[in-house]
Design a protein around this ligand. Structure first.
Ligand SMILES: [Zn+2]
Length: 286
């Protein structure tokens, strides 16, 4: 029955990744309960990776210049993972993949560690610090088991326990049907977003990158007038709410840590921004 449970959740996860509709009405009554083990999450994530690979029309993997992925992984992703604050680095399977879609400004993480970033987001950002902030945020979603918590919360503890025990087949069918009508539980709650920003800030403090990079994407969106315009940013905003509030939260964290509050536009290179490296190795290489 474990296999059956896994299959259902893989399908739910995969469908929800595709819809990414807004869902921010959750309460915190059971919001932090996760009934999945680490190995459950690793297996779920791996199964969703398989589904993504088998659906290249919706998730085309970027292959044009392999040097870009190598650079992202060795220079930025692994640098973040080197943080001592990432406790599950040897438990989860942290990987990074690029999805070749310039229209999507988004990134996401699956349970157990697989992370994805769209070329649309890579081409929009303008520094390694900004990208490191986003990737740290996604790693935090995995590290903190937010998707598994949302699954537990969305369906209710009793139903999930029933699934674990291999019961409630009719409820499983109903859940699957609900997902097809557009319910997406991978959309993150405000508290998930805030916690992931905080964790990303903490991870980046162990790296070469300015911890305030966590908010650079939102500042650029704000300055470009894109926050309420829909389009490519729509998916990101639906899964990552409250960009403006997140800027001020990060500024407060910078102040509390005794660090200079820079914006993406005025940040001093000596703080760990790496604009030139980003342009040469990512923007010009994509
Ligand atoms: Zn998020």
């Amino acid at each position: 029955m474990l296999r059956e449970k896994r299959f259902v959740f893989v399908m739910l996860l995969f469908i929800s990744v595709g819809f990414m509709t807004s869902c921010d009405t959750v309460t915190d009554v059971i919001g932090d309960i996760n009934l999945f083990t680490d190995s459950d999450e690793v297996q779920l994530g791996a199964d969703v990776v398989t589904e993504i690979r088998s659906n290249p029309a919706e998730y085309p993997i970027y292959t044009k210049n392999p040097a870009v992925k190598s650079y992202l992984k060795s220079r930025i992703f692994n640098e973040i993972l080197s943080s001592s604050k990432i406790a599950k680095k040897n438990v989860f399977n942290y990987t990074l993949e690029i999805i070749d879609d310039d229209d999507v400004l988004n990134a996401f993480a699956l349970p157990g560690g697989p992370c994805y970033v769209y070329t649309g987001l890579l081409k929009y950002l303008d520094s390694e610090a900004a990208l490191a902030g986003v990737l740290g945020h996604e790693i935090a979603h995995a590290e903190e088991s937010h998707a598994a918590e949302r699954m537990t919360e969305h369906y209710g503890v009793s139903i999930v326990i029933g699934m674990v025990l291999g019961e409630n087949p009719s409820e499983l069918a109903q859940i699957a049907a609900n997902l097809f009508t557009g319910i997406a539980f991978l959309a993150n709650s405000r508290s998930d977003e805030d916690q992931s920003d905080e964790r990303s800030f903490e991870y980046l403090q162990d790296t070469r990158y300015y911890p305030g990079g966590v908010k650079f994407f939102f500042e650029k969106l704000r300055d470009d007038g894109l926050i309420s315009s829909g389009g490519g940013i729509e998916k990101f905003l639906s899964t990552h709410p409250d960009p403006v509030e997140r800027i001020s939260s990060t500024d407060a964290r910078l102040q509390n840590a005794g660090l200079t509050v820079y914006t993406y536009a005025n940040a001093d290179e000596s703080a760990g921004i790496f604009r030139d490296e980003y342009k040469t190795n990512i923007l010009d290489a994509l």
